[in-house]
Design a binder for this molecule. Structure first.
Ligand SMILES: [Zn+2]
Length: 546
């Protein structure tokens, strides 16, 4: 890690030597308490912060006279943090979730069906009924749902994604339109059958067999703008989108160029042989708002739907190890190609077997002659990692664990069923992974799988407690992060995981003026008050957005 950092007051010289009568700065944020890191310790510096052309132009001590600016905002001692970034999320999917049937928190399958019925009544014109967020682990009857009640409801196709996106339940109309029958097969996926007929549940790669109409461009624009509103309101000034097809990336770029969408995005390209050809040929895309220089791969499924690939069988399904979504040879050849071209490779790996596979594929590609250096390849989730494999992070290969603290508190009640007591200490081991990585770790939420609120991440990472406060003593608290480590994970470490440490993630001269501002000192907020704490101001690229 770079020893440190431009001294914060460097900009004062520029300020004091100027004697022009035209205000030198666009905006001054007066009387701020500016969050600074020394190691993992957070401290606050009373200062005025001046902005110019969207960037931080000067930071002067609060006792100095105010700098001349076209506009001054008095913060009255508010606490100014570097703008929070979600380092693993699904921005477009959040918008889609906000604009389609919301099934999060349903207590039963019949409640899901009731919400679909209400949505249909409110949206009579939709061609395809989409929804997401159900989780049979939350229901009294934890069996997979079946399409029967949906079949009775409508003759439009219905597709409802599970909370983790790794399974859908759809109606028979959607199956028929897609030509999916009891004899359909796909590698890395499962078409659930009952009495020899598809029930409507499709797991992992089987979802790719669905051929119902995709959302239109106009619908996608609506989704993106809805996601932006939510993110800004919650204090996010940047998002790493963990996998979009080229078509959606180009839509985002065009909206950002037009000034319609004003959220900085680091977008991973959803891998496919065609996408690899397209982007490796054309090279990375970088604007003030968008950076595309990485690919997203999936090596396994999710733990909740028993798709995570484990080294030993599931504790609650003894003949089952999970699903490999991409075989070793495919990942190896992609890795060799990306390493030689200098692209970042980011691979979803949940189970301990998938993590071992990905770490070894990465290591082989990154240590081979011809590989470019410091590619910061990421293991997305790194959820269950055998302790002996942790040493494969960091070091000369610079492989980065990218984790989502709210997964720990969302999964903690049922993960022991899947993993058994012996493997549980290897799961959600964020402090150990951070140490293995040399003292930094990017943090995200995986929204809309989890709520996008970064305060929930702070609660889950530091207190390891759920929103309802349980368990009072915290879950596996030996793996908790400190507040400083957590905020770094959402700012400086997120920037570093996206090669953006010289432009964002810290309050420093020359960086984008991205701030998440609170009236309270987050060090002084008790854990269970965190979810109710919200930023009072949010600035992105020098513009106040909340
Ligand atoms: Zn994800």
């Amino acid at each position: 890690m770079k020893a440190f950092r431009t001294p914060i007051f460097l900009g004062i010289f520029a300020a004091l030597t100027s004697c022009s009568t035209v205000p030198e700065y666009d905006v001054v944020l007066a009387n701020a308490r500016v969050a600074q890191f020394s190691g993992d310790e957070l401290s606050y510096l009373p200062a005025h912060v001046a902005l110019k052309d969207g960037r931080i132009a000067a930071v002067v001590p609060a006792e100095e006279p105010l700098l001349a600016a076209a506009d001054t905002t008095d913060l009255n001692g508010a606490f100014v943090y570097p703008g929070f970034t979600d380092a693993h999320a699904h921005f477009l999917a959040l918008g889609e979730a906000l604009e389609t049937v919301d099934l999060v928190g349903t207590a039963s399958w019949s409640e899901c069906v009731a919400r679909v019925r209400t949505y249909l009544a409110d949206h009579p014109d939709v061609a395809v009924v989409r929804g997401r967020g159900w989780d049979q682990n939350d229901w009294a009857d934890r069996a997979w749902p079946t399409s029967k009640a949906l079949d009775e409801l409508t003759d439009k196709p219905v597709v409802l994604s599970r909370i983790d996106g790794h399974a859908v339940v759809c109606n028979q109309v959607a199956l028929a339109q897609s030509g999916i029958t009891a004899t359909s097969r796909i590698e890395g996926g499962e078409i659930v059958l009952a009495n020899g007929r598809p029930t409507g549940v499709l797991i992992d790669n089987a979802e790719t067999l669905l051929k119902v109409a995709k959302p239109s461009k106009a619908e996608k624009i609506r989704y993106l703008l809805a996601a932006e509103r939510w993110c800004v309101d919650l204090g996010l000034t940047g998002v790493h989108d963990a996998g979009l097809p080229t078509e959606d990336i180009m839509l985002i770029d065009s909206l950002q160029q037009a000034g319609t969408l004003r959220m900085p995005l680091y977008v991973m390209v959803a891998e496919s042989p065609e996408a690899l050809d397209h982007w490796l040929d054309r090279g990375p895309l970088k604007t003030d708002w968008l950076s595309v220089r990485s690919f997203k791969f999936y090596s396994d499924g999710a733990l909740g739907s028993r798709g995570a690939l484990l080294r030993a069988p599931y504790h609650d399904r003894h003949d089952h190890y999970g699903l490999a979504l991409r075989d070793r040879d495919y990942l190896r050849s992609a890795a060799a190609h990306l390493a030689s071209k200098g692209w970042q490779m980011n691979t979803h790996a949940i189970g301990d077997s998938a993590n071992r596979l990905v770490l070894n594929v990465y290591r082989e590609a990154l240590t081979r002659g011809g590989a470019q250096k410091d590619l910061r390849w990421r293991v997305e989730h790194a959820q269950v990692v055998s302790p002996e494999d942790r040493a494969l992070f960091g070091g000369e290969t610079a492989i980065v664990p990218s984790v989502q603290p709210t997964h720990a508190t969302s999964d903690m009640d049922w993960a022991p069923d899947r993993l058994g007591a012996e493997r549980m200490p290897h799961a959600y081991a964020y402090r150990s992974l951070r140490e293995a990585n040399g003292g930094w770790i990017p943090l995200g939420t995986d929204f809309p799988i989890e709520h996008p609120n970064p305060m929930y991440t702070i609660l889950a990472a530091t207190a390891r407690r759920a929103l309802d406060g349980h368990p009072a003593q915290g879950f596996q608290t030996n793996e908790a992060l400190t507040l400083g480590q957590t905020i770094k994970g959402m700012t400086a470490d997120a920037a570093r995981a996206a090669f953006q440490e010289s432009e964002t993630g810290e309050i420093r001269i020359g960086n984008w003026a991205n701030f998440t501002i609170f009236d309270v000192n987050l060090n002084e907020v008790t854990p269970m008050a965190l979810p109710k704490t919200a930023p009072t101001q949010v600035w992105i690229h020098g513009e106040r957005r909340k």
